[in-house]
Design a protein around this ligand. Structure first.
Ligand code: FES
Length: 260
């Protein structure tokens, strides 16, 4: 009994040690700063107002609030990957909802950056498949190269490094997402450095797997969809399938009427 209690205490002590605590995003809480307060102006560009109209047209006018996430994405992209307080307030105004309702959404999702980030926002996946395939080693290599730790921005302001949960590319683990859009997979401590060097030099690294593999193909190469037709015609005749379905529907309707 005593030894099991000891074990529990030592586990808790280990887990609560700041050195062992996983670096979760620090960008989802608001702290008023000179460049992030409600007196800093934010206005959507003319082009983005056009995009907003297109987004709003997808929802009934009494459910404008449903557009909150796409509008927050638009605001963040326009604002150098940073969702400021004024940007959120602007979204609330356009959607005619309370500011608090927008804050609730923005602070729930890690993809919204509530503090300024570097030019390149590096989000390294730390979930089990990526971790087992070496994300910790890749993270250490990145930290060393950019000169900052997880949750920090590099001294040159170019990179912000953050660890996030599964980004859906587990078959190509470990992987990294940059600026919420570009994905780089099959990373190693060696191949991640040239990738960062390219970004630093203003070049665009090739997206996707960094080890030369084609998409998520296994060691045997392509084993499924091998009869894929490059002319992009489908194996299944969807028009015939639709006709069949309509006929079955009509037959069921007539059978139901006959029963009455
Ligand atoms: S675990 Fe890393 S992408 Fe899924």
């Amino acid at each position: 009994m005593l030894s099991s209690l000891k074990g529990t205490f030592s586990f808790l002590a280990k887990s609560l040690n700041p050195k062992n605590v996983r670096a979760f995003s620090r960008y989802n809480q608001h702290r008023t700063t000179p460049d992030n307060n409600d007196s800093v102006p934010f206005e959507f560009t003319k082009e983005n107002y056009e995009k907003i109209q297109t987004i709003l047209s997808r929802y009934p006018s009494n459910y404008k609030r449903s557009a909150v996430i796409p509008l927050l994405h638009l605001a963040q992209k326009q604002n150098n990957n940073f969702l400021s307080l004024s940007a959120m307030n602007k979204v609330a105004k356009i959607l005619e909802i309370s500011e608090m309702e927008v804050y609730e959404v923005a602070t729930f999702y890690t993809m919204f950056n509530r503090e300024k980030v570097g030019k390149y926002h590096l989000q390294i996946c730390g979930t089990t498949p990526c971790m087992l395939c070496g994300s910790r080693e890749v993270t250490r290599a990145i930290e060393e190269y950019v000169g900052c730790k997880l949750g920090e921005t590099s001294p040159d302001g170019l990179f912000t490094l953050e660890e996030v949960e599964c980004l859906g590319a587990c078959a190509n683990a470990p992987m990294l997402q940059i600026n919420g859009e570009w994905v780089y997979e099959d990373l190693t401590p060696e191949n991640v450095i040239p990738l960062l060097e390219k970004l630093k030099n203003g070049e665009e690294p090739v997206k996707g797997p960094q080890n030369g593999r084609n998409f998520a193909e296994g060691p045997l190469g392509r084993t499924t969809l091998i009869n894929f037709n490059p002319e992009r015609t489908f194996d299944r005749d969807f028009a015939a399938a639709k006709q069949e379905w309509e006929a079955a529907k009509e037959a069921a309707k007539q059978a139901a009427q006959a029963k009455k």
